[in-house]
Design a protein around this ligand. Structure first.
Ligand SMILES: [Zn+2]
Length: 377
């Protein structure tokens, strides 16, 4: 537990119609603090008493070690199953994104003395890929490490994006796969990092700094602002043909919903093949595996499970629904609980077997009055 007790810095900075102030938050019962540069109208909307964050694994599931030319990196301390919580982290700094103003150096640097010694040390230990001649120190570290977080939006103010600087999460280097997901939780002022595929002990744990569905050349351009050329397994490809294959797969996944059959129309159309969605979504899962984009799996797995549900195939439904539960149990517990409920009682799914009933009418030319085919949604 920690109170978001704040003391207002007297200095204020204006940007257009916005006024920014420095707020200082005690974010734990210990000496961890978080210095924030915020639109003043956001401050009263922040939770005054923070909920306890989820408990991270103990002993920790990760360690920080040398990652060669990339500097430090995050590694798995033991085998981590898909869906497992890897760590929970609270920010040491919160800064506005996309505020280009003359007072930036002064305002960003005003955050540093507001931190406890421990938090300041954790902030300053992070990498800075920006030259000090062009960027203030805290902004350079924020631009290198910050992850987008959502803060309350005042009804009358300009929506403002913010980045949080997380001392542990920031240790993960970039890769153009999607092996993990980070969930921000305002009420506990914490971010939780979950594995989306099994990660072996000693394997490096990567985060994503950019849009990884962008083509190879665009990713290189986007990563230039971090001052490195990505040599991850998805970028370090043997030839132009491999790059074209990867780009085609990522583009197809990005545009999937516009190009491929959808679950709901299929479930209502008995003239379409039973395996339409299953075949289509298995192709998506193959492309996801090829490109290491594991963060995209769940919606496709869900639709495969539900395809078996509307066909009334209990064993295959349970097999696929369990995959959804395993991946979502930490990062999306509501969805996990919904599928777990259907596994326990498949017929509680309101469309259970409905497509099978439709097929029966067509196949056997039965009198529809014999069957209940009322649309159950
Ligand atoms: Zn890459």
């Amino acid at each position: 537990m920690g109170d978001l007790e704040t003391t207002r810095e007297k200095t204020e900075w204006t940007w257009g119609t916005q006024t920014f102030v420095v707020e200082n938050a005690a974010i734990s019962a210990g000496e961890d603090t978080c210095a924030m540069l915020l639109d003043a109208s956001v401050v009263p909307l922040l939770p005054r008493t923070l909920q306890s964050p989820p408990l991270g694994p103990n002993p920790p599931a990760f360690f920080v070690a040398d990652a060669g030319t990339k500097g430090a990196g995050m590694f798995a301390a033991r085998d981590i199953p898909a869906g497992a919580l890897i760590l929970v982290d609270r920010p040491v700094a919160v800064v506005p994104s996309n505020v280009a103003s003359p007072w930036k150096r002064e305002a960003f640097d005003a955050l540093l003395p507001r931190l406890s010694q421990i938090s300041r040390g954790r902030l300053l230990a992070l990498a800075n890929c920006k030259p000090l001649s062009e960027f203030p120190l805290v902004e350079g570290i924020a631009l290198t490490n910050a992850s987008q977080i959502s803060l309350p939006v005042p009804p009358t103010a300009t929506p403002q994006e913010y980045g949080g600087v997380f001392p542990d999460i920031s240790r993960a280097n970039h890769s153009c796969g999607l092996d993990i997901t980070v969930k921000w939780d305002l009420v506990s002022f914490s971010a939780s990092l979950y594995a989306l595929r099994p990660i072996r002990a000693g394997e490096e744990i990567f985060n994503q700094y950019i849009d990884v569905l962008a083509p190879h050349a665009d990713r290189r351009t986007q990563l230039a602002r971090y001052g490195f050329t990505c040599m991850c397994v998805h970028c370090d490809l043997p030839d132009a043909a491999a790059v074209a294959r990867s780009d085609a797969a990522r583009t197809e996944l990005r545009d999937w919903r516009h190009l491929h059959p959808r679950f709901l129309p299929w479930s209502l159309d008995a003239c379409r093949s039973d395996d339409t969605i299953i075949v289509s979504n298995r192709r998506a899962l193959a492309l996801i595996e090829q490109e290491g984009l594991y963060g995209m799996q769940v919606p496709f797995m869900e639709e495969i499970a539900l395809s078996y549900a509307v066909m009334g195939d209990e064993s295959r439904f349970c097999e696929w629904a369990q995959k959804v539960v395993d991946l979502c149990v930490g990062q999306d517990p509501q969805r996990a609980a919904e599928f777990a409920g259907w596994i326990a009682d498949p017929k509680s799914y309101k469309r259970w077997g409905w497509r099978a009933k439709q097929k029966l009418i067509l196949d056997q030319q039965k009198d529809p009055a014999d069957l209940d085919i009322s649309i159950p949604w």
